[in-house]
Design a protein around this ligand. Structure first.
Ligand SMILES: [Mg+2]
Length: 382
């Protein structure tokens, strides 16, 4: 099999209503970007992939100049060589893990199997946690948790973004009081890489992270994600916090490359690693990260915030990992319904009435693009 053609488009989907994300204070979004790549082969199989949350013309330029010339005429199965080409491209241009996704989609389709089945099929379904995005009061958040429980979710992630620690704890307390022990609660402080935003972020120092971690542990919170404002490379501080607390400490969505996750593991930083197939590394590299974590008794729960294609790619890796106890499902019934986050898919990936996300049955990534809608909202072509 040979690669014959690579296409890329940038599309911009208009949101039905304005969106505010709690991790970008004061920022209002009216549309969401998506960069998609399609790789064609001489056997008629086409693979697809998407880049991380913000669509970007630079990704298209990088594919054109740093990837396409090296992939045309090549066998898509030679993934070890291809990932080296993508490392080179990510150094000189943009991160192009979307190309890796498309290549694995081809491999899975050629084998007639979903990708996770090529790597051991560790799980067939995973409990999903709803990851809503809008700022809400404690009362409103507790009501949201009840609504999600009614829909089947057994877990919810809460964003901690108040200036005062006591208000963060009050938010979690309100939800715990409402749901009792019927739902798992995860928390995210988003401190590792603060998004550019019009209004100031709360910034946590080590003392606040430690005190918050202990207060959350008393509320039986499952994990605390990205608790330190230190960018992503102060592994010693994260390791110290991981050692000094009983609650699980999670992070890694901004780290890039298997070597960074190896360093995190060697330092003892984090109990749960959270790479993302759209921004951290290629799919099989992430499977290796999960295996490295497993060998050290650590967990692996990929970050999936982005779009339906990234969600599908991360799901394949999660299903291939025995140490993945939950799956992040970006969802807010009001501001981020399934049809918005997964607007580019014919059939969105849904969470069932028991709160699980199930393995897709189709080969490769197991998804089909809504080409008509993508065409309608395309703003740039490669
Ligand atoms: Mg996060």
């Amino acid at each position: 099999m040979k690669i014959t053609k690579i296409e890329g488009v940038l599309a911009r989907f208009p949101l039905p209503k304005e969106m505010r994300a709690v991790w970008a204070p004061g920022q209002v979004s009216r549309s969401i970007g998506l960069t998609v790549v399609k790789i064609h082969t001489d056997e008629g199989i086409t693979g697809i992939g998407a880049s991380h949350v913000v669509g970007d013309v630079q990704v298209l330029a990088s594919i054109r100049s740093l990837a396409a010339p090296f992939f045309l005429g090549k066998d898509p199965f030679q993934m070890d060589e291809h990932i080296r080409t993508l490392y080179s491209a990510s150094f000189f241009g943009s991160r192009l893990w979307l190309v890796d996704q498309a290549l694995w989609d081809i491999v899975g389709k050629a084998a007639g199997q979903p990708i996770y089945r090529l790597w051991g099929a560790a799980q067939e379904r995973i409990p999903a946690y709803a990851a809503p995005n809008e700022p809400r009061s404690p009362r409103e958040t507790a009501e949201l948790a009840l609504r999600l429980r009614e829909e089947g979710f057994k877990a919810i992630k809460l964003s901690l973004h108040d200036q005062q620690m006591k208000d963060d704890i009050a938010l979690v307390q309100a939800v715990r009081d409402e749901v009792g022990d019927t739902m798992a609660i995860m928390t995210d402080a988003n401190q590792a890489l603060l998004a550019n935003a019009p209004e100031p972020h709360p910034r946590w120092d080590y003392r606040r992270a430690l005190a918050t971690a202990r207060a959350l542990d008393a509320l039986d919170v499952y994990y605390l994600e990205e608790p330190l404002y230190i960018y992503i490379y102060d592994f010693d501080a994260i390791a110290r916090l991981t050692a000094e607390t009983d609650i699980l400490i999670a992070g890694g969505e901004w780290n890039v490359g298997t070597h960074e996750f190896r360093w995190l593991l060697e330092k003892g930083a984090y109990d749960i690693l959270q790479p993302d197939a759209t921004q951290s590394d290629g799919l099989f590299q992430m499977h290796k990260v999960a295996a490295m974590a497993q060998a050290r008794g650590k967990k692996f729960i990929p970050h999936t915030w982005g779009n339906g294609i990234g969600l599908a790619a991360n799901l394949q890796v999660a299903l291939s990992a025995a140490n993945c106890p939950f799956f992040e499902y970006p969802y807010d019934p009001v501001s981020l319904p399934v049809e918005v986050n997964q607007w580019m898919l014919q059939e969105p990936l849904r969470v069932d009435k028991e709160g699980y996300i199930n393995a897709p049955t189709g080969p490769g990534l197991g998804i089909t693009l809504n080409d008509e809608l993508i065409e309608k909202y395309t703003t740039h072509r490669m």
